[in-house]
Design a protein around this ligand. Structure first.
Ligand code: NAD
Ligand code: TYD
Length: 339
């Protein structure tokens, strides 16, 4: 079994690759990643450079790079590569359209030319838009796509292209849409690692708006095991939602981080809200549970202590990031949102 994993040096893709290599899910894995600001080969260091996987630095928008990674013997493509941060897409959307839309189409074209047996497209529940706070409704796979941010719109576009390749050209493809992930090696611009690492540094935790926005938290390990099951058991042309049955308001997560780290709650500082900030995500994963046999593990409340320990024990990893590529962006964001 030979696989190509795009975005395998990022947060979720690297968790997938580390687990797949460790547990022997495939004979050979090619990681194709451009190493943008979010890609980091340190995320793959725990598995070492051994037989079973190789790394190719390449851009999914460049057909030559994609052709170098995908062979006629490639059994499956797991497509994680993306520009993934909503706030960055609000500052500038061009890279999101390029990578998430054009890059996905380049992969689909090469997958078809090379006769790849299955294309697993990693999408997000953000394509559905926002739910109301005072409602019990959740996103299902038939909820109409109604994305809010440029990030979500670019992911929805990619989903349509994948389904179009499936319907028009008979490509075997499966789409997964997971809610918010947390876990080790998450780039510290995202909410949870940003708040944990700022708290460890004793710097302010910038809470957008009133902090009542709700996210449905899924551990990255549950997500990637769902992706694996979608490859193994999913129906071609099907979409599978993954959600944690774990809706939490941002302000409650922030309070819990402060409590677990024994830092001053005054570090949580309200800043200007994100434009068109989706108020609530909640994802119904019944179909994945029924058809894929997917079951999420313990909820975030039980896993936050171990996650905090991980960031405490991997200070070099996130401090290098914060001192490097990330610093300019953070100063720009925090400057814009600060009082
Ligand atoms: P990430 O930003 O941590 O990693 C993205 C990776 O893609 C990086 O390694 C980067 O170098 C690579 N990449 C970016 N542009 C590329 C290009 N043009 N060519 C090749 N590689 C490129 O993202 P993540 O949080 O790991 O998300 C992975 C996937 O999961 C994305 O498709 C995202 O939409 C989806 N997703 C994320 C979440 C979440 O909570 N983070 C939830 C649901 C779905
Ligand atoms: P984020 O991690 O950017 O994921 P997404 O926007 O894709 O859900 O943000 C999660 C939530 O945390 C979202 O409601 C925005 C909020 N948030 C803050 O309050 N402060 C921050 O500094 C960040 C990055 C996010």
């Amino acid at each position: 079994m030979r696989w190509v994993v795009t975005g395998g040096a990022g947060f979720i893709g690297s968790h997938f690759v580390r687990t797949a290599v460790t547990e022997g899910w495939a004979d050979h894995i090619v990681v194709l990643d451009a190493l943008t600001y979010a890609g980091n080969l340190e995320n793959l260091e725990p598995i070492g450079y051994k037989d079973g996987w190789e790394f190719i630095r390449g851009d999914i928008c460049n057909p030559a790079d994609v052709e170098a990674a995908i062979g006629s013997d490639t059994d499956a493509i797991f497509h994680f590569a993306a520009e993934s941060h909503v706030d960055r897409s609000i500052l500038s959307a061009a890279d999101f359209v390029r990578t998430n839309v054009l890059g996905t189409q380049v992969l689909l074209d090469v997958a078809r030319q090379r006769g790849v047996k299955r294309f697993v497209h990693i999408s997000t529940d953000e394509v559905y838009g926002s739910l109301a706070l005072d409602d019990s409704a959740r996103f299902t796979e038939t909820t109409p796509l109604n994305p809010t941010s440029p990030y979500a719109a670019s992911k929805a576009s990619a989903d349509h292209l994948v389904l179009a390749a499936c319907r028009t050209h008979g490509l075997d493809a499966v789409i997964t849409r997971c809610s918010n992930n947390y876990g080790p090696y998450q780039f510290p611009e995202k909410f949870i690692p940003l708040f944990i690492t700022n708290a460890l540094d004793g710097t302010p935790l910038p809470l957008y708006g009133d902090g009542r926005n709700v996210r449905d938290w899924v551990h990255v390990d549950d997500h990637i095991r769902g992706v694996y099951r979608a490859w193994k058991h999913g129906r071609s042309g099907a979409v599978y939602n993954f959600g944690g049955d774990c809706e939490r308001a941002n302000r409650d997560i922030a309070a819990r981080i402060v409590e677990l780290l024994h830092v001053d709650p005054a570090l949580i500082q309200r800043v200007a809200d994100r434009p068109a900030h989706d108020i609530r995500y909640a994802t119904d994963a019944s179909l994945a549970k029924k058809e894929l046999g997917w079951i999420p593990g313990p909820i975030i409340d039980e896993r936050l202590p171990e996650l905090i320990s991980w960031y405490r024990d991997h200070r070099d990893w996130w401090q290098n990031i914060k001192a490097g590529a990330y610093r300019d962006y953070y100063e720009r964001m925090y400057g814009r949102r600060g009082s």
